[in-house]
Every structure is written in structure tokens, then in C-alpha cells.
Design a protein around this ligand. Structure first.
Ligand code: FO1
Length: 313
């Protein structure tokens, strides 16, 4: 039996994780998710990337946004707005129930890992979804216009508009992988880095103690979140440009240079394969745009087959 760990952030990562979950059993696939985007809002503990992955795997995600629930209603948020409360972060009524229950469990002393397992069972998620850590890590984005912003303020409140000058992961030095995440990573053969934002979704996971050294013993394949110099969703391309790097699939591969052996990029970026090979990484070009369920599954299958072909012996 092959053992695969997928490292994922929000919407793009969740889509590939869904594809992998159609092919691999619950004993073969574990998904480790970024928690740097987590925050406390209105007294609630919110884990946006974990929720996006869980809702997607449970086929409950909003198909338009990729985050939040399908068939959502907004009564509470509307009332909150009337009361003059903070309404910049869109919490739907169904979604709120999840945050209430998670907050309640955490207040009773559950770990985020245990609460996620419980909530996954309730939602009918079969595969194991693990927050990257049970310790608090908070992504902070340094910007020209608004100074240092907590991630969700940068992302949602200010629509990723401020110019990024850097990113920090507060608490990363004292955070460690949960026992479950550590075991899954150590026991797996293949690690797939999903097409999530390398700066703010994948880096927090990789920067946790021991992750790089465990990855150095595995076959690691990353899937590009950049297609034709642009991101399907989110600010990754804008971040590259603001950090002085031309956004491209090759730039992503270079960022992961010492971590990965294989890199899946879109066929529109085929001309960058030679540049990627020069970094000592094996490139593989396919259609990476996941526009529906069949393309999610196809990309997952092609990525897995590619990882098997280049697997360390
Ligand atoms: N993203 C937005 O762009 N606007 C929102 O109002 C918003 C609300 C939200 C609520 C719950 C949740 O789980 C996710 C939500 N997201 C929203 C997505 C989230 O901010 C981002 O997807 C991630 O943090 C980046 O991966």
C-alpha cells in the first residue's frame, strides 16, 4: 500500500486533495493543512484552510467561492451589520455552526487536531485531515501601506491590495507538528505539495520544526499554483511581483528547489521546463487547471503517477 501526504492551503489545495481522495483510500492519504491563516474573530476560533479542505472533501463547499458552505444563508451576518459589528469577514449561518462547535471543543481542552477529527466525522469526511500543528502559528503580512497585518485582514478586509514587503509566521519557533502529522509524514512514501500559495499557505507548514528534514527523506512533488504567470485564485502572483520575482511556474519550482524532486506545471508553461531542469528538478507538464471534478481527479492521478515514476529507491 502506498502512503501519500498532501500539504495543502485553501481553495487550490482543497481541490487537488479532493482529487487525491477519489483515488486513494483513507489509509493511503493524509492531508496536512496550513493553520497560519487561523484567527479569532467575534470570539470564535476560525481555521479557514482546514475548513475549506474539510468542506471540499465532504462535498459541502460553496462551488462559486471555493470556501464556505454551499446553500449558505447570511442572516446572522446581516443582523451583525445592523448592530454595527465587524462584518468584513463573511461568516454564513451554516459555517458559523462549525466555528461555534470548534470553539466550544477547544474551550473544553480539545486540541485542534482532535476537534478537526471529530468535526470531519460529523461531516462525513473519510480521509484524515490534520492541522499542521496544535500550537498557534499566525501569518503576518508586512505591507507598505498598512504596516504589519494579520493574514485575514490583509486577505479579506483589504482584499490583498496593500503591497507586501514580507511575511512572518508568529509562533513558528515554538510550534511543532502534532504527533499524528509527524507520524503521517514519517510513514509516507510520497509528499505532494498542492497548488496552494507558496508564500503564505505552504511555507508555514514547511517552516515547522523537523518538516524539512523529514521531507528530505521522501519523494516530494509540487504542483504549480501559477499558470501562465497568473494564479487561478488568490494573491500568489502579486506576491511574487512585490517580492521582486517575475511570477511564473519556474519561480515556484525555484522557491521549492531544495525540497522537491518533481514539479508539475501547466502545458502553457512548457517553455520553462529547461529552466526547472537546471534546478535539478524533474518537470512534468499537464493541464493543471481544475475547473471541475473530472479535471481535479485527472490532475491528482497524473501527479501521483509522476511521483511514482520518479520515486526514490
Ligand atoms: N475569503 C474571502 O475572500 N472573503 C471572506 O469573507 C471569507 C470568509 C471566509 C469564512 C470562512 C472560511 O473558512 C473562509 C473564508 N474565506 C474568505 C476564505 C479565507 O479567507 C481564505 O481562503 C484563506 O484563508 C486563504 O487560503
Amino acid at each position: 500500500m502506498k502512503k501519500v501526504v498532501a500539504l495543502a492551503g485553501g481553495v487550490g489545495g482543497a481541490k487537488l486533495a479532493w482529487g487525491l481522495a477519489q483515488i486513494l483510500s483513507k489509509d493511503e492519504l493524509t492531508i496536512i493543512v496550513n493553520t497560519g491563516d487561523d484567527f479569532t474573530h467575534l470570539g470564535l476560533d476560525i481555521s479557514p484552510d482546514v475548513d475549506t479542505v474539510c468542506y471540499t472533501l465532504a462535498n459541502l463547499a460553496n462551488p462559486e467561492t471555493g470556501w464556505g458552505r454551499q446553500g449558505e444563508s447570511w442572516n446572522c451576518l446581516g443582523e451583525l451589520k445592523e448592530l454595527g459589528g465587524p462584518d468584513w469577514f463573511n461568516l454564513g449561518d451554516l459555517d458559523l455552526a462549525l466555528h461555534l462547535e470548534r470553539t466550544f471543543l477547544l474551550q473544553q481542552g480539545w486540541s485542534l487536531t482532535a476537534a478537526t477529527k471529530y468535526l470531519c466525522e460529523k461531516m462525513g469526511v473519510v480521509h484524515v485531515v490534520l492541522p499542521m500543528s496544535d500550537q498557534q502559528v499566525r501569518t503576518l503580512v508586512s505591507t507598505v501601506e498598512r504596516g504589519v497585518l494579520p493574514f485575514q485582514e490583509y486577505f479579506v478586509k483589504y482584499h490583498c491590495e496593500p503591497t507586501m514587503t514580507g511575511v512572518q509566521f508568529q509562533g513558528i519557533e515554538s510550534a511543532f507538528l502534532s504527533e499524528q502529522a509527524s507520524t503521517a509524514l514519517k510513514e509516507c512514501d510520497i509528499v505532494i505539495i498542492c497548488p496552494s500559495n507558496p508564500w503564505v499557505s505552504i511555507s508555514p507548514i514547511i517552516e515547522i520544526k523537523d518538516v524539512k528534514s523529514i521531507l528530505s527523506t521522501k519523494t516530494v512533488v509540487a504542483v504549480s499554483p501559477i499558470i501562465g504567470g497568473k494564479t487561478v485564485k488568490g494573491p500568489a502572483a502579486k506576491m511574487y511581483a512585490e517580492m521582486g520575482i517575475v511570477p511564473s511556474a519556474a519561480a515556484v519550482a525555484e522557491q521549492y528547489e531544495r525540497l522537491i524532486q518533481g514539479f508539475v506545471l501547466d502545458i502553457v508553461d512548457e517553455d520553462q521546463m529547461q529552466q526547472i531542469r537546471q534546478c535539478g528538478i524533474i518537470p512534468f507538464a499537464v493541464n493543471t487547471l481544475m475547473s471541475d471534478n473530472s479535471t481535479r481527479e485527472k490532475l491528482a492521478r497524473e501527479t501521483l503517477d509522476f511521483a511514482e515514476r520518479i520515486k526514490k529507491v
